[in-house]
Design a protein around this ligand. Structure first.
Ligand SMILES: Nc1ncnc2c1ncn2[C@@H]1O[C@H](COP(=O)(O)OP(=O)(O)O)[C@@H](O)[C@H]1O
Ligand SMILES: [Mg+2]
Length: 238
């Protein structure tokens, strides 16, 4: 469902991503892992079309992202640092996103109610986003990524600022999409979380892939008990 081939991206002199490839099949939750500054967000932004790759190609459901915009409706994107309009209420904001995502008006209302229920936002629907805590804003942002029933989720640090209950909700929503034949790319620096949640992973370090595969085989390769240990072993080898 998603293929990245030989992706390169620099910001001026800073090489952010070097020769990165990954692919995600339907039914798969894939973790894009690595420490801060590893290049995860840059990869994500290239996939969703916010950045233009210097080199390489990206295919979403077989569609080359540089040749057509049509793939965008398939994607549910959560930015790393979502900027939400403070002067809209939760319900207004979700309605606004539903319109942008071309959700039919008669389908938008029930969908918004359902998402507000799922993320425990119903009682806050008339609150201004500006009055919400960081964690609650993150719930709103996550809910908005699901509004058009996307097949492919691209979530950049989705668990940041979320309480355990919020994290659980996100995980179950992701699982639902994937069980229905979708796929998910989860960018996170939380290796322990990824170990339990992801089927397959790509670990990046300083813009380059250091290993990929299913979680078990990645650990086996370096004889590690956890992804964290695997990461440290792999980095020390370099
Ligand atoms: N807009 C930008 N301008 C200049 N350098 C950037 C910009 N965004 C990211 N970088 C640099 O690119 C590298 C990768 O960053 P990023 O993709 O945000 O990594 P991650 O998401 O893994 O933390 C870092 O060295 C970062 O400082
Ligand atoms: Mg990032």
């Amino acid at each position: 469902m998603l293929k990245v081939r030989g992706l390169w991206k620099s910001y001026g002199e800073t090489l952010a991503v070097a020769d990165l490839s990954l692919s995600i099949r339907a039914g798969e939750i894939h973790g894009l892992l690595g420490p801060n500054g590893a290049g995860k967000t840059t990869v994500v932004k290239c996939i969703v079309g916010l950045l233009r790759p210097d080199r390489g190609e990206i295919l979403v459901n077989g569609i080359k992202t540089t040749t057509s915009e049509s793939y965008k409706s398939l994607i549910g994107y959560l930015p790393e640092d979502p900027a939400l309009p403070e002067y809209l209420t939760v319900e207004e904001f979700l309605g606004y996103i539903a319109r942008i995502r071309s959700v039919k008006p008669q389908e938008a209302k029930p969908r918004i109610s359902e998402l507000m229920e799922t993320f425990n936002l119903t009682r806050l629907k008339h609150e201004f986003i500006g009055s919400l805590s960081k964690g609650l804003r993150q719930r709103v942002a996550v809910a908005s990524a699901f509004i058009h029933k996307p097949k492919i989720l691209i979530l950049d640090e989705p668990f940041l600022g979320l309480d355990p209950e919020g994290q659980l909700k996100v995980k179950s929503m992701v699982k639902q999409v994937v069980e229905d034949g979708g796929a998910a790319l989860i960018s996170t620096h939380m290796l322990d979380m990824a170990e339990r949640f992801c089927d397959t992973v790509t670990i990046v370090y300083r813009g380059r892939k250091i290993i990929d595969g299913d979680v078990r085989s990645v650990k086996q390769v370096v004889d590690a008990n956890s992804l964290e240990e695997a990461f440290i072993k792999l980095v020390n080898r370099r």
